[in-house]
Write a protein that binds this ligand. Sequence first.
Ligand SMILES: Nc1ncnc2c1ncn2[C@@H]1O[C@H](COP(=O)(O)OP(=O)(O)OP(=O)(O)O)[C@@H](O)[C@H]1O
Ligand SMILES: [Mg+2]
Length: 496
Amino acid sequence: MPGLRSLRNRLAVIFALIVAGAIGTIYLSVTPRLEASLTSQRLNGLVGDSKRYLPTVARVLPANDPQHVTVDAKAPKAIREEQAAEGKRRVAQSKRNRDRREKATRRAADASGAEVIIYTVAALGPFAVADSKPGDGVSQNDVRELAVQAIKTHREVTRTGPTSAGRQVMVAQPTFDEEHHVTGAAVFADSLSDVQDNVGLIRRQVLISGGIALFIAVLAGYLVARALAARVKRLEAAARKVAAGDFSQPIRADADDELGRLAAAFDDMQNQLARLDRARKQFIASASHELRTPIFSLGGFLELLADEDLDEETRRQFLDQIRGQVDRMRNLSVELLDLSRLEAGALELRPEPTDVGQLAREVAAEFTPAATRHRSEVTLDLRPDPIELECDPERVAQVLRILLDNALRHTPPGTGVRVSANRSNGHVRLEVSDRGLGIKHQNMPHIFEPFFTSNEEAQGAGLGLAIARELADRMHGRLTVRSIPGATTFSLVLPS
Ligand SMILES: Nc1ncnc2c1ncn2[C@@H]1O[C@H](COP(=O)(O)OP(=O)(O)OP(=O)(O)O)[C@@H](O)[C@H]1O
Ligand SMILES: [Mg+2]
């Protein structure tokens, strides 16, 4: 469904479903249970009442009224009169009996608050002899079967169900005489209309308040989701801008919640991307500048060499210059390649067991000619026993070369250079120190950045320390520097 694709609508629908589910559960499961429990309470109450007030009606059962007397028309007058008098007496007796039964029934009904109908046993089956609400309430047909059952089983019988007077709870209690013969049954019936009214009221209330809750939930869900969606939209717009390369607009965190924190993280990411973008542009600009300079200079020398009147000495000087520029370009291209490989993570390390002391000795030896030219001496500060380390010897040597090259290139002639290697606290520490003028305080934060170089005469590209630090990182080590005038020390610390 297209409408449900938006977070806003989806949240509103989910809110609505949850509330509707809760209301449906209350309506369909709680209210029937409430009704059942109220009904059973009412039935239990009626059972208790029926037991309590049964003796009131048991006294007037069985209802054995005197038989009617028929006056024999053919009999002598004296006998007829006697028969008539007996008939009257019996009628009066029956009426008294009926009054007693009705009174007892009414009393039991008034005390229990239920309708009471009493049945007596007779040859043709039980029949009702008194009803506390004749012509009203439950009909005798409704409860006759209950009375019959109570009389037959000698036990209390209960029933809940529809009658001609609506839903009722009914209890039939058998009655007994002194010899424990069953004499009849009393049926107590109580209307459930108030229970139904109450449950109906609760149902209506549930539906009405449920409807209101549903409306509020949908509205609140919609509004909350709309507010959230607006904030997400703002982030989306910002993301698209960044994707298009526009880092200019800061993304402000509008609240200290999850979305606010996302915005803050997004802002950090944008700043980082902007920094990287600047660095990339600067890197390309610096790299092309570094390449352009020697190429122009080479072009110039080639033109000069084309002059046929050149004497041999000048030509040789030009060729030396050309060789120097070509060397510079070769170094630069190797360094650029190294750096880009390192930054892309494409440089593969080949660790092997290495004696780092021996390695330092060999690299230092490579620099003997350069040191001599510089009128300096490279001294070694090493213990005689080997310093074994699992590392890529080529890469460690590369770092040492970069450091030694700097120590000889960025210091005045005659500086002593010291190379040391030792193991301490689970680390191997390689150090290259010189007694040159040191690194200027303001340059300290930048010397490890690509293309940072302070020494134009030395004609470096400023990539050496950037490469050395990347290499140290790749070997899980650290490259640090301490420098004061007269003492500069670079330390490469590798885990062992
Ligand atoms: N031992 C040192 N004494 C004084 N300054 C140093 C020393 N080592 C490095 N520096 C400073 O740090 C800067 C950066 O050194 P880095 O090796 O990265 O570049 P570079 O030597 O100028 O050029 P490249 O190494 O690419 O040929 C140098 O230009 C220099 O100013
Ligand atoms: Mg260098």
